[in-house]
Design a protein around this ligand. Structure first.
Ligand code: ATP
Ligand code: MG
Length: 291
């Protein structure tokens, strides 16, 4: 592929499609009120294809584009890209990483998963462990869970008092703005599933022996507090979606749509960076490789 292709920021994603996928339909505008109950988790905004098979075919095409753009990111070596993924349990974070980044060069891509903090992590401020994992030049880092847990589970389970967690929205906006100002491109995606879809996915982990390892009885706790979590998500989406660190809400009951939507968001973001391959500081024609 010629470099010119990378410079067309909103080029149609696929030759079989006539209209570009409009990621703005999924974007949370700064300050916008969010009501998750109004977002249909089975909907497929901006998808103009017919069915699941067509969706899967599109993903193959998008995977190829992602591979090329990630190579360019790595070769260019000047941009830093951070993708934050959040969802309820069984929301599809792992599957998204697997499908959307299939084929990329692992040298330039890193997944950072944030679990329950260790005692060492707890002995620092909540952003300490996060800051250590942000991308460096040429890197694409995916946060599987993130500092947003500190206004999700921490809030719902009251792991710290409200007087502490309520201040964190401002900290987070400022922290992300600092990262953006210093050259990090940030994209945040909430994979939105329904409570019944979660039930089906958790049940499948019990019914299918090869999925038993994924079952965690601990996931039933947050499930029992579904509405509290949705409220916590709504508040963070509303308070922390900014121009430089926007949130996207991706309806995620249909996995094939979820994969396409996340791919499109990442590909369009990477294209927007207008990167190019570094120019040689020598004339290749002058060099003869000896026999
Ligand atoms: P998987 O289940 O697919 O392996 P996971 O992300 O669910 O992935 P788990 O180890 O099951 O990983 O769960 C991580 C748990 O850690 C979640 O319940 C999450 O809410 C919790 N957690 C993450 N960050 C924090 C935090 N800052 N404070 C408290 N709990 C946290
Ligand atoms: Mg889990």
């Amino acid at each position: 592929m010629s470099q010119a292709n990378y410079h067309a920021p909103m080029a149609p994603a696929n030759s079989s499609s006539t209209t570009a996928f409009d990621i703005d339909k999924l974007r949370v505008k700064p300050g916008e009120k969010v009501d998750l109950s109004k977002v249909d988790t089975r909907s497929t905004p901006s998808w103009d294809g017919d069915d699941k098979d067509e969706g899967k075919a599109r993903l193959v095409d998008l995977n190829g584009k992602m591979e090329q753009l990630q190579e360019l990111l790595w070769a260019n070596g000047k941009e830093r890209v951070l993708l934050v993924l959040q969802a309820m349990d069984a929301g599809g974070k792992d599957g998204t990483v697997r499908h959307v980044f299939e084929g990329v060069n692992p040298s330039g891509v890193r997944v950072a998963s944030f679990k329950k903090p260790s005692s060492k992590e707890l002995s620092h401020d909540y952003l300490w462990r996060i800051h250590r994992q942000v991308p460096g030049d040429g890197e694409l880092v995916i946060f599987n869970r993130s500092h947003y847990e500190d206004v999700l589970i921490v809030r719902v389970e009251e792991l710290v008092p409200q007087s502490r967690w309520s201040k964190r929205y401002d900290h987070i906006v400022n922290f992300e703005q600092m990262l953006a100002d210093e050259g990090t491109t940030i994209v945040k995606i909430f994979l939105h599933i329904s409570k019944s879809e979660q039930q089906e996915r958790l049940q499948a982990r019990l019914d299918e022996p090869e999925k038993n390892w994924k079952f965690d009885a601990g996931d039933l706790g947050p499930r029992a507090k579904w509405d509290d979590y949705q409220k916590a998500f709504e508040e963070l989406l509303q308070k922390t979606s900014t121009k430089d660190a926007p949130w996207f809400i991706v309806p995620a009951d249909r996995k094939w749509y979820r994969n396409i939507a996340v791919s499109e968001i990442m590909i369009q973001t990477l294209r927007g960076l207008n990167m190019s391959y570094p120019e040689a500081d020598f004339n290749p024609a002058d060099i003869v490789i000896p026999d």
